[in-house]
Ligand binder design. Structure first.
Ligand SMILES: Cc1cc2nc3c(=O)[nH]c(=O)nc-3n(C[C@H](O)[C@H](O)[C@H](O)COP(=O)(O)OP(=O)(O)OC[C@H]3O[C@@H](n4cnc5c(N)ncnc54)[C@H](O)[C@@H]3O)c2cc1C
Length: 358
C-alpha cells in the first residue's frame, strides 16, 4: 500500500530513513539512526516529530510474531485485536516480532537543528525553554539536553570540556514560521552552536547528533504532568558538574498527538504527561549503585509532578524492572489488561527476563 514500510527484526532506522526519504516520505524514528526499528516501535517510540504524529506504535498496521505456542502469526487489528493492542507498548511480553508494517508520513524537509548555550546560561535556558513550550504548536517537537562533554578530539571544538545546554528543534511547517517560533529561544543569549535551518529529512540524524559509539548507559526517566524551572535547577544540581560521573539530563516536550490514543488504541500509556525528564548515566567502569542513587534522587525531586515512566528510556544494567516500575509504565486499566492477556497468551511465562507484565 502507499506510504507503507515493512521492516524485519534487526533493521535499524537509518535503513528505513534512506528508503523512505527517496520517496519524499519519513518514518517516525527517534534521535539515533542506529536504533532498531522493532524494539523501538514495540516500546512506544518517541520520535523526532512526536508531537505532530504521536508514537511510532500508533502507526503500526501489522506485525508478524512468534507467540508462546510457537506459532508464527500475522497480527492486525482485525485478526487478533487483543494481541495487536498488547504488542504495541507491551513490547517483549507476548512474542518475538519478526517484522513490522507501519505508516510513513509525507515529510520531505523539516526546519530543525540545535541551539547550544554555554554553562553560564543553563539556568536561563531551563526557565526560558519551559516557558516557551507553553506557546508552541503541535508541529514543533523539541527537547533540551544538559551535558558535560569530555575534552577530547571527537567533540566539536566549541563544546570540548564544557557543560552546555542543547535545545533540539524539529518543526514540520514552513521554515519562515520555524524561524519566527524559535526567536524567543535565540533571545536567551549567545549560542556556542546554532544549526537551525531547513534540512532534508534524510539529514535528521544531525539534529540530536547522538554518539554512534556504543557505551554502557544506565537510563531512567520520569514522565511529568508539569514542571517548574526551580525543580529542573534542583535536578541539574544532582546531574550537573558536581555529579560523580558523566550524566546527561534531558527534557523532551510531549503532548500534542502523543496525548491522544490512535484510531486503533494500544497499550502505550501515560499519555497525559507533558514532559519526560531523562537521566542517563555513563556507567563504563563506574559504580552502578551511584548512578542508581542519582536517578532515585531525581525521581524524589520530581515526585510532585510524576505520572509514570517511558519504557524505551529504561535500560542499562540488565536488571529486570521491579513490579512497581512495571506499574509505572502503564495506565492502571491498561496494566490490568496486560496482566490478563499475559496469563491468557503466555501462561507459562515463556517471555520473561523482561519488564514482566504478569
Ligand atoms: C542512542 C540512543 C538513542 C535513543 N533514542 C530514542 C528515541 O529518540 N526515542 C525512543 O523512543 N527511544 C530511543 N532510544 C531507546 C530505544 O528505543 C530502546 O533502547 C530500544 O529498545 C532499542 O532497541 P534495540 O533493538 O536497539 O535494542 P535491544 O536491546 O535489542 O532490544 C530492547 C528490548 O526490546 C526487546 N526486543 C528486541 N527485539 C525484539 C523483537 N524482535 N521482538 C520482541 N521484542 C524485542 C528485547 O527483549 C529488549 O527487551 C534510544 C536508544 C539509544 C541507545
Amino acid at each position: 500500500a502507499a506510504r507503507t514500510a515493512w521492516a524485519e527484526a534487526g533493521v535499524r532506522w537509518e535503513a528505513v530513513v534512506a528508503r523512505a526519504t527517496a520517496h519524499g516520505l519519513a518514518p517516525l524514528n527517534g534521535s539515533a539512526p542506529h536504533v532498531g526499528v522493532v524494539a523501538y516501535t514495540l516500546g512506544g517510540g518517541l520520535g523526532l516529530m512526536a508531537r505532530r504524529y504521536g508514537y511510532a506504535a500508533d502507526h503500526v498496521r501489522a506485525l508478524d510474531v512468534v507467540t508462546a505456542d510457537a506459532k508464527l502469526r500475522h497480527v492486525t487489528a482485525e485478526s487478533d485485536p487483543d494481541l495487536f493492542w498488547a504488542l504495541r507498548g507491551g513490547r517483549d511480553n507476548f512474542g518475538i516480532v519478526t517484522s513490522v508494517e507501519f505508516d510513513l508520513v509525507p515529510v520531505a524537509r523539516v526546519y530543525g537543528g540545535s541551539l547550544v548555550f554555554d554553562t553560564d546560561l543553563i539556568e536561563d535556558v531551563l526557565a526560558g525553554y519551559l516557558a516557551w513550550t507553553a506557546s508552541v504548536p503541535e508541529e514543533l517537537t523539541s527537547s533540551v539536553a544538559l551535558i558535560g562533554l569530555p575534552d577530547i578530539e571527537q567533540v566539536p571544538a566549541p563544546l570540548r570540556g564544557r557543560h552546555t545546554a542543547s535545545i533540539r528543534i524539529v518543526y514540520t511547517g514552513e521554515a519562515a514560521d520555524g524561524e519566527r517560533l524559535v526567536a524567543p529561544l535565540r533571545a536567551i543569549g549567545p549560542r556556542l552552536v546554532d544549526t537551525l535551518a531547513e534540512l532534508p529529512y534524510a539529514d535528521s540524524h544531525t539534529i540530536h547528533n547522538d554518539p554512534a559509539m556504543p557505551h554502557a548507559y544506565l537510563g531512567d526517566n520520569v514522565l511529568v504532568r508539569d514542571l517548574d524551572a526551580a525543580a529542573l535547577r534542583e535536578v541539574y544540581a544532582v546531574t550537573g558538574p558536581d555529579a560523580p560521573m558523566m550524566v546527561m539530563q534531558e527534557v523532551r516536550h510531549l503532548g500534542g498527538a502523543l496525548s491522544r490514543q490512535p484510531v486503533v488504541p494500544n497499550a502505550v500509556g501515560r499519555r497525559d504527561a507533558k514532559y519526560i525528564v531523562r537521566v542517563v548515566a555513563m556507567i563504563d567502569g563506574e559504580d552502578v549503585g551511584v548512578a542508581r542513587a542519582i536517578q532515585a534522587r531525581v525521581r524524589d525531586i520530581l515526585e510532585p509532578w510524576a505520572v509514570g515512566r517511558n519504557l524505551n528510556f529504561v535500560y542499562g544494567d540488565g536488571v529486570c524492572p521491579t513490579s512497581d516500575q512495571v506499574d509505572s509504565l502503564y495506565d492502571a486499566d491498561a496494566r490490568a489488561r496486560l496482566a490478563r492477556l499475559k496469563a491468557e497468551l503466555d501462561p507459562a511465562d515463556v517471555f520473561r527476563g523482561n519488564h514482566n507484565v504478569r
